[in-house]
Write a protein that binds this ligand. Structure first.
Ligand code: ADP
Ligand code: MG
Length: 649
């Protein structure tokens, strides 16, 4: 070893670049953040070979004068810490090292025209050496061109993935940044093709299906797709100066990975395990463990309450009061999901509609129309269709009128027969035997009136039929709904169990012989710090000297579990996620399977009043729009949707 020496500037920059610029996508993140910090409303990004040979970012921001351009490519030179105070960070940048780092590992060209200035300048940096500035043709804002990323550090080049993988990472970064800046338009070009284009959203133009919507939702719709915006609930909660806003997908609209969860702190995209843990906690009741919601959440808080200077790429943050943020996020999500819980994801209804529509052959091939449940005596389908849509024959009109009439009710047994055109024999659900209905029921009976009332007053309407002993078909004010009776009942039993736990506490059972579990010191501390919370869930522990706890009581439903494994898992979670999530999750999982066993199985015949009881209970129960595994318990089709299926609109 030789004696200590100070490293040359270019080497210092390369070392810094190692942390900040990992791949093309990270260079683009820094450059686009600079454009946003410069107040741009238009950003155009171009890449070639996944960003390896060219990255070009142009903006219409406030630009830089010549002196600033020279400084900008030096390390630790920034315009964003006016008060020299790391506690009041108001920009995405503040470390003053991105441009210097980028310039140390690639060939950089910087063109800029300062707002209000007559002249624009161009500067290049290669191998750590800045050229002398030349006049530039740039008309406004700044353009940064980076060629041959990592040519100066070939070791890095080897770590890059395929062009495709790198360009996918670039797309992801652009999407993430665009979501937090709806006022700005973004274009991403690759090999002459425009891969992404998000037009700027002015507040007054933010419309969603003719309804005024906020610009945030409009941008999320551009990035995550219309399906997301139609299946998401608005999040908005504020506590002690901290706001949580954004949109969260309904539990019935889930994905296989958490990569569609976008979290922002003061407009900065972050990846934070604690925050992701809070999302998981909020959804744990509604989603299977391996399914994940889609969402975009924005946390806004005073900059003195959060430290963003934790990580060179600024992707992690530390909160002064992380417990409070976690609690706030969970409450905000739960509150919104409670309100949105009665919408089975519209997404599923859409999928169902498409399934119908992609089978035009079913009817047109001459098979009888009975598949849609409409039997029109010897009419062949072609005749039926033309007659019906253009010039309905009188006898068909009469049939249609009868068809639309309220379903007649069965006798005193309460059994009920599905709605049917007169003159057709129907197998009566539950009652056995066939009946023939010859007369439409006029005037309507009391029960008919009740049913009509149910249609207009209750969201799930009135039960009309049970199909395949699994599905309840109902008529609602706006169309029809199809309820999966097993899934719905499972949810109801589960919610009931949960409520009784909330009211009466979770039943626990003392261990005859308390068990001593040895654990790492830190784990013991973490568990003891949460002992009250654990006790509420029925798990009672106490410290037992160094490195051990003694378990006195366990939740009844978890009797017989491997306690040392349970405690180890719980302490890991406390460390990672800030709370013992899985205990509750496990208890709930048991509840869910209990609910499953106690449910009305598919295949049971339900009579009319049983069906309606189930519907009314669903309406009164939170989260009844999905079963415990995130599947919808019902789908609804509007009349207009049905009309579309028949080509009537
Ligand atoms: P930081 O963003 O942390 O300040 P950078 O190295 O990314 O550090 O940028 C250094 C400085 O260069 C910024 O503080 C800003 O003043 C200026 N700058 C960089 N990019 C732009 C841009 N697109 N438009 C205007 N000024 C810019
Ligand atoms: Mg920067």
């Amino acid at each position: 070893m030789t004696s200590i020496r100070r490293l040359p500037e270019y080497l210092i920059n390369q070392i810094a670049a190692g942390e900040v610029i990992e791949r093309p996508a990270s260079a683009i993140k820094e450059l686009v953040e600079n454009s946003l910090d410069a107040g741009a409303s238009e950003i155009i990004i171009t890449i070639r070979d996944g960003g390896k040979s060219l990255i070009d970012v142009q903006d219409n921001g406030r630009g830089m004068g010549l002196a600033d351009m020279r400084l900008a490519v030096e390390r630790h030179a920034t315009s964003k810490l006016a008060e020299d105070d790391l506690n009041s960070i108001r920009y995405l940048g503040f470390r003053g090292e991105a441009l210097a780092s980028i310039a140390s590992v690639g060939r950089l060209r910087l063109d800029s025209r300062q707002q209000g200035s007559e002249e624009a300048w161009s500067l290049t940096v290669e191998g750590g050496e800045a050229s002398s500035p030349k006049p530039s043709p740039r008309v406004c804002g700044t353009r940064v061109e980076l060629r041959d990323l990592f040519y100066a550090v070939p070791a890095r080049l080897k770590f890059l993935r395929s062009d495709r993988a790198e360009s996918m990472a670039v797309v992801e970064v652009v999407e993430r940044l665009a979501m937090a800046a709806p006022h700005c338009s973004f274009e991403l070009w690759e090999e002459g093709k425009r891969r992404r284009h998000y037009s700027a959203i002015a507040n007054s133009f933010a419309h969603d299906k003719g309804q005024p919507a906020d610009s945030q939702l409009a941008r999320l719709r551009q990035v995550m797709g219309p399906e997301f915006s139609e299946n998401a609930v608005k999040i908005a909660l504020e506590r002690e100066g901290v706001q949580v806003s954004g949109y969260a997908g309904l539990p019935t609209f889930h994905r296989a990975s958490a990569s569609h969860q976008f979290l922002y702190v003061n407009q900065r995209a972050v990846k934070d395990r604690q925050l992701s843990g809070a999302v998981r906690a909020a959804y744990q009741d509604y989603l299977a463990r391996d399914r994940h919601p889609m969402l975009a959440l924005f946390i806004t808080l005073p900059s003195s309450d959060v430290d963003v200077n934790v990580h060179p790429a600024k992707a992690e943050v530390r909160f002064r009061d992380s417990g409070m943020i976690r609690g706030l996020m969970i409450s905000a999500l739960r509150l919104a999901l409670d309100q949105g819980s009665h919408h089975a994801a519209n997404h599923n209804a859409q999928a169902a509609l498409q399934a119908f529509q992609t089978q035009p052959g079913v009817l047109a091939t001459g098979s009888s129309p009975v598949k849609l449940g409409v039997r029109l005596g010897g009419q062949n389908y072609q005749n039926y269709q033309s007659g019906y849509t253009r010039n309905p024959a009188p006898h068909l009109q009469e049939r249609a009128r009868q068809f639309q009439m309220p379903a007649p009710l069965g006798g005193a047994s309460g059994d009920w027969s599905p709605s049917a055109p007169t003159g057709y024999a129907q197998d009566q659900a539950g009652g056995g035997g066939a009946i023939t209905l010859d007369q439409p029921n006029f005037p309507p009976s009391d029960e008919d009136r009740l049913m009509m009332e149910a249609e207009t007053h209750f969201p799930l309407g009135a039960a009309r039929a049970q199909l395949h002993q699994t599905y309840i078909v109902t008529q609602t004010a706006e169309g029809i709904a199809i309820v999966d009776q097993h899934a719905a009942h499972e949810r109801l039993v589960y919610e009931k169990l949960k409520r009784s736990w909330q009211n009466e506490g979770i039943k626990s059972q003392p261990l005859l012989i308390p068990e001593i579990i040895e654990l790492a010191d830190g784990a013991v501390q973490d568990l003891l710090n949460h002992s009250e919370e654990l006790a509420k869930l029925g798990l009672e522990i106490e410290g037992f000297g160094q490195g051990a706890v003694i378990v006195r009581q366990t939740p009844l439903v978890l009797a017989g579990v491997d306690l040392s494994r349970l405690l180890r898992d719980l302490s890991d979670e406390i460390k990672e996620l800030g709370g013992p999530l899985s205990l509750q999750e496990r208890i709930l999982a048991v509840a869910a399977s209990m609910a499953c066993h106690g449910s009305v199985r598919a295949g049971r015949r339900l009579n009319h009043s049983e069906m309606n009881e189930l519907l009314r209970e669903m309406e009164a129960t939170p989260h009844s729009g999905q079963c415990n595994h995130g599947r919808p318990t019902y789908i609804s089709l509007k009349l207009s949707d049905i009309e579309r299926l028949f080509g009537r609109s």
